[in-house]
Ligand binder design. Structure first.
Ligand code: NAD
Ligand code: 0WE
Length: 255
C-alpha cells in the first residue's frame, strides 16, 4: 500500500465503529497519515471520542457541517495544529426521516432543503475551507450511492441530493484541479451502518444486492476504507472528478 507518511487528513462523519468514515480513518491511519477526525455534536461525542482517541496520534474535533461558524472554527484549529492538509474525507448525509419513506412526490420543502444543505452544500463549504491548507495539492473524497442514478424506492430526496453531490464532485474537480487538488466520490453498495438502521426493507435490499451483484455478496465496509486510502494516496494521482463503485459490481447489471 502506498504510504501516506507525512500527510495530514481530516475525516468527517464518524458516528460509531460501523461508520464508513471510521473504516476510512483506520485505513488512512494504517497508511501513516496524521489524522484529525470530526464528529457532529455532543450527542455523539463520547462514542466517537472513545474510538478516535484509540488511534495513536489521532485528534478529535466537533463540527456540525450545517453551521458555517463551526466549519470556520474547525479549519482554524486544523491550521493552528497541523499547518498543512493533504486529505479530506466527507462521509456525511442526512434527510429528515419522513422524506425517506413513501412517495417522492410528497417530499417537503424543508426536507429537500435540509437534505441538500447537510449532504451536498457541506462538501462545497468544506472544500472551500480546506483548499487554502492544501498547499502541496490534495485529495477530497465523498460518499455516494446508486440511488443518485436509478430509482431506489424510499431513497427519495437523498437520491436527488446524491445526484447533486456527484455533479458537485465534477465542478469542484474542475475548479480545484489547477491547485493539484483531486475530488472523487465512492459509490458504496448497501452497508449496515447507523444511517441504514431503521430503513424499512434494508435487509431485503442487501439480500437482493447479494443475489444480483457479480461477486454474489454484499460489500464489506473495509473494502470502502481501502478504496478511500487509494483515492487519498498518490496511487490515484491521475483520477479526479470520478465516481468509483465499491458495490461488488451491482451497478453494471441490466438484468
Ligand atoms: P453513519 O450514520 O455512520 O454516518 C453518517 C454521518 O453523518 C454520521 O457520523 C453523522 O453524525 C453525520 N452527520 C449527519 N448530519 C451531520 C451534520 N449536520 N454535521 C456533521 N455530521 C453530520 O452512516 P454511513 O453509512 O457511514 O454514512 C456515511 C456516508 O456514506 C453518507 O454520505 C451515506 O450517504 C453514504 N453511503 C452509505 C451507504 C450505506 O449503505 N450505509 C451506501 C452508500 C453511501
Ligand atoms: O445514504 C444513505 C442513508 C443516508 C441517510 C439515512 C438516514 C436515516 C435516519 C440520510 N438521512 C437519514 N435520516 C434519518 O432520519 N444510504 C445509502 C443508506 C440507505 O438509506 C436508504 C437506502 C439505503 C441504501 C433509504 C431508503 C432506501 C434505501
Amino acid at each position: 500500500m502506498t504510504s501516506l507518511e507525512g500527510r495530514t487528513a481530516v475525516v468527517f462523519g464518524v458516528a460509531n465503529k460501523r461508520s464508513i468514515a471510521w473504516s476510512i480513518a483506520q485505513g488512512l491511519h494504517e497508511a501513516g497519515a496524521k489524522l484529525a477526525v470530526t464528529y457532529q455534536n455532543e450527542r455523539l461525542e463520547r462514542e466517537a471520542k472513545d474510538l478516535i482517541l484509540g488511534l495513536p496520534g489521532a485528534e478529535a474535533f466537533m463540527c456540525d457541517v450545517s453551521n458555517d461558524t463551526e466549519i470556520d472554527r474547525l479549519f482554524g484549529q486544523i491550521r493552528d495544529r497541523y499547518g498543512k492538509l493533504h486529505v479530506l474525507v466527507h462521509s456525511v448525509a442526512f434527510a429528515p426521516g419522513n422524506d425517506l419513506n413513501g412517495d417522492f412526490v410528497n417530499t417537503s420543502r424543508e426536507g429537500f432543503r435540509i437534505a441538500h444543505d447537510v449532504s451536498v452544500f457541506s462538501l462545497i463549504a468544506l472544500a472551500r475551507a480546506a483548499a487554502p491548507l492544501m498547499q502541496d495539492g490534495g485529495s477530497i473524497i465523498t460518499m455516494t450511492y446508486y440511488g443518485a442514478e436509478k430509482v431506489v424506492p424510499n431513497y427519495n430526496v437523498m437520491g436527488v441530493a446524491k445526484a447533486a453531490l456527484e455533479c458537485s464532485v465534477r465542478y469542484l474537480a474542475h475548479d480545484l484541479g489547477k491547485r493539484k487538488i483531486r475530488v472523487n466520490a465512492i459509490s458504496a453498495g448497501p452497508i449496515k451502518t447507523l444511517a441504514a438502521r431503521g430503513i424499512s426493507g434494508f435487509a431485503d435490499m442487501q439480500r437482493v444486492h447479494a443475489e444480483r451483484a457479480p461477486l454474489q455478496r454484499n460489500v464489506d465496509v473495509n473494502e470502502v476504507g481501502a478504496t478511500g486510502v487509494f483515492l487519498a494516496s498518490d496511487a490515484s494521482s491521475g483520477i479526479t472528478g470520478e465516481v468509483i463503485y465499491v458495490d461488488c459490481g451491482y451497478n453494471i447489471m441490466g438484468f
